[in-house]
Design a protein around this ligand. Sequence first.
Ligand SMILES: O=C[C@H](O)[C@H](O)[C@H](O)COP(=O)(O)O
Length: 231
Amino acid sequence: MKDRTASSSTTEKEIVGKAAANVIEDGMVVGLGTGSTTAYAIKELGRRVFEENLEILAVPTSYQSEMLSIEAGIPLTTLSQHPVLDIAIDGADQIDSDLNAVKGGGGAHTREKVVSMSANHFIVVVDESKISDRLDHYIPVEVLSYSRNLVCNQIKTLGGNPTTRMATRKDGPVITDNGNFIIDASFGVIEDPLSLSKELSGCTGVVEHGIFHNVSEVYIGKKDGSFEIIS
Ligand SMILES: O=C[C@H](O)[C@H](O)[C@H](O)COP(=O)(O)O
């Protein structure tokens, strides 16, 4: 599993991934996020399915989480079959004290937003490095490839600095699981995440951006091996 953040945070990620997986009960339909932290939750859920006969169904948010879930032996379903989920578990790139989150460092935020908005409860699992008083992380914005320049201009009008995300092991841009481009937009310190969220949603050509306002609880993994829950 590729970890896009410091390897020193692996233990913290594992702690919260496992903790969130242990909240899941028999009969639940669960949304499974994307990234290195959620991967630990998926692995733990697979262990519980196998060793504890835990009976769940899961909706993955990306090809990555689908592949990991299949590998872990977790039965999958779709939002068409189960439009309302009990719980969604996912990571984040940054989260502030009001539980506004930035997601999409792995390009999966569009499906992650759909899945988490379909859930009655949304648990975010992070290590301490993701916590910040205010959001200043770049905002991933998934766009129709056709609209790339138009969206970049709209982001500039909003005071942002847009960069098209490029692939690392392929020439050219990253193509999302939905077949679109990603523009990473830096805004410095974001004074009003809700306003920016609305403005980005209003840009023509934007599919979805990575600011989330629907977090129920955050599990924060600590370096000393403990974790804290904030809600
Ligand atoms: O697109 C990716 C997702 O939003 C991830 O949940 C987010 O980037 C956090 O990933 P990680 O747990 O690997 O830091």
